[in-house]
Design a protein around this ligand. Structure first.
Ligand code: SAH
Length: 352
């Protein structure tokens, strides 16, 4: 391997930190050897903290109604072809009950920014979930809300919140979002969530339109400094009805390379092998785990709405992607030497 490259990997492995320019170089110089070296170090570090355990989260996509108009997203408000749906609070509780029976101990409520889900509605869903399943964690992924709202949801029992920063570069953020959304508000939300005691997840898309290696380097620096408990990254995949319909998809290879780097930056981070990674590569999930990821999030939404939560073309929602097929997923994980964990799978604060 190039000696510059091996020097960077050694430095990242020991100090868990590089400069922005060094991150950019690690990306620019990447080759098969550096990918293998990073993955092997990432897997070893994760082994020390979490062993061979892969955590499962039951994903409930509660609504595809959204007031936002993110240019990359299939459920953006100006997509007239999107068939909209919203689950009722009872349907959401039923999904979680079914998930509990299937062995899930974390429920992730994700959705568009749908005004139906007021603080009052959400608080009653969260407290009901916690009452029925006190041994479970409730994770929210419902976009940008006020600090007061986040505080109320936390008080009602929400444990974790996923809100990808999407990109750590302001100018890039503005190319991916309409003028009525702001980079500052995204960061304000992440900081509020952290201060309110949530376990927080940030993240970004790999290969999003206009993204450069310098942007990804800024994302890595952001992750290094923010130290999120979770971090979601997956390839950008175009949606046929979005302004980015003709943009190329991100690659599984670069996504896996970044999963390894993120594991080395922040060893205890909970890192999912995402649905988008499983969508662009049939072995994406396994490749993600073998690169340092340790979370999978099968879909618990009712079967008839699953295909409607279409953030990008051909989003997978059957087979192992479905919570009902968790035993199939479990077999696939065992075939690569891992086992699905049956507990909540909280962040393990021990920093290496
Ligand atoms: N409304 C919530 C949930 C968004 S969906 C929120 O704002 O957080 C979850 C993630 O899917 C987004 O944060 C985005 O990074 C990702 N996503 C959206 N469109 C995508 C696309 N076309 N390709 C890949 N990932 C996409």
């Amino acid at each position: 391997m190039d000696s510059r490259l091996s020097g960077l990997i050694e430095k990242l492995g020991t100090r868990h930190s590089l400069s922005r320019d060094e991150y950019a170089e690690l990306l620019r110089l990447r080759d098969g050897d550096s990918a293998r070296e990073l993955a092997s170090r990432a897997v070893e570090l994760r082994q020390q903290i979490y062993g061979k355990r892969v955590f499962i989260r039951g994903l409930i996509e509660l609504s595809n109604i959204c007031k936002n108009d993110c240019l990359y997203c299939g459920i953006r408000r100006s997509n007239r072809s999107c068939r909209r749906y919203r689950l009722s609070p009872d349907q959401i509780i039923d999904c979680a009950d079914e998930g509990y029976t299937l062995g899930f101990r974390t429920f992730v409520l994700q959705g568009g920014e749908d005004a139906f889900f007021t603080d009052e509605v959400l608080c009653s869903i969260i407290s009901e979930l916690k009452k029925r399943h006190p041994d479970c964690a409730v994770t929210l992924s419902l976009g940008e809300r006020s600090r007061e709202s986040y505080a109320l949801l936390r008080k009602a029992g929400a444990d974790r919140y996923l809100l990808r920063h999407e990109t750590a570069d302001r100018a890039h953020y503005e190319k991916l979002h309409p003028a009525d959304m702001s980079f500052d508000n995204r960061l304000r939300c992440l900081n509020d969530l952290k201060e309110l005691g949530y376990q927080v997840g940030c993240g970004f898309m790999v290969g999003s339109p206009y993204q450069t290696e310098a942007h990804i380097a800024a994302d890595l620096k952001f992750i290094e400094e923010f130290k999120p408990e979770m971090c979601g990254i997956g390839p950008f995949i175009p949606h046929r009805d979005s302004p980015f319909r003709d943009c190329p998809a991100g690659s599984a290879e670069l996504t896996c390379y970044l999963l390894s780097i993120i594991r080395l930056i922040h060893p205890p981070v909970l890192l999912p092998a995402t649905t988008a990674l499983g969508t662009i590569d049939p072995c994406g999930r396994e490749k993600g785990i073998l690169s340092g990821a340790n979370v999978v999030m099968p879909n618990l939404s009712p079967a008839d709405v699953r295909s409607k939560y279409e953030l990008y073309n051909n989003k997978i929602s059957s087979g192992e992607e479905s919570a009902q097929h968790v035993s199939q997923l479990s077999r696939r994980m065992r075939s690569i030497g891992y086992e699905l964990a049956a507990d909540r799978g909280d962040f393990s604060g021990v920093s290496a």
